[in-house]
Design a protein around this ligand. Sequence first.
Ligand code: SIN
Ligand code: FE
Length: 312
Amino acid sequence: MTPPINPPWIAVEDYRQGAGWVNLEECEGRSLRCCELLERGKILLFREPPFDLPDEDRKFLLVQEWTELRLHKNVSYRPSEDVLKGVSGSPQTIARLRSIFRNYSAAVIDFMGKFLRPYAGKCTVDFSSFRPFEEERRGLPLHKRNDLLHVDAFPSRPTHGGRILRVFTNLNPTRARVWNTTEPFEALARRYASDAGLERIARESWVRRRVEDWAGKLGWRGMGRSPYDIFMLGFHDYLKENTDFQKGCPKIRLEFPPLATWLVLTDGVAHAVMSGQYALEQTFLVPPQALVEPDQAPYRILEKLAGQPLVC
Ligand code: SIN
Ligand code: FE
């Protein structure tokens, strides 16, 4: 029998937008505890955004004709370059969207520095995105489908064992964003990592590492992946392709109400979005040195299973 899964989310009641931590004397300890919970696979939930998100910006995002404006699966923004991707439109619309994203990203980065102090100054700020399309029955190709349970891995941004931390906000004023999750990463890895090629990738890693080092030095795209990154990219696809897993695994349904904001390490928490429209999201990469529970990291779990290092 499958053991029951503990509820994967925890509401944070003692940190608020503007005020920050309610009890300043306890904030170091609470901040550390929140990092531990995230690294152990919990989702941290705020009933309202814990950072400034002006009403007029939210409304602007909701009223756009996204079917006309969109070019890609989602609209994305690269904070480090101030570049908006995946959207077409008038120069005024693009400029306004870029400024909304710029302010949103800055507000989330500021919040993260105060809320998750152990990570402050150590994370890489990755992309942010806006997801303006209804997720139910989106009809995307299999590996791009968001409604199949998966763990995240980015083909163009290998993490070398670093963790993928995402901050989501449901901008929909009336409808929840609905997710499914399932068992913890370790249980999934124990059951499926071998079938997904863990030992083969670990075996090939020595030769591959040398080739990729050279390719990385020559600036070839997608190179510079560690065996861990190669496994995780494959694991993302493997889980989506595995119909028995998708149908048979235990599922927990999570309904994130309008304006809820949630933080989750999506490389360790398998997730699928079942329905919902209009989510805003900022991603961070947390390097292995910044982790407060390194033994909980997927790369450590996989290294134990493989019996050898997967990260150079
Ligand atoms: C994802 O699978 O990373 C997307 C989740 C979402 O858009 O809610
Ligand atoms: Fe995902």
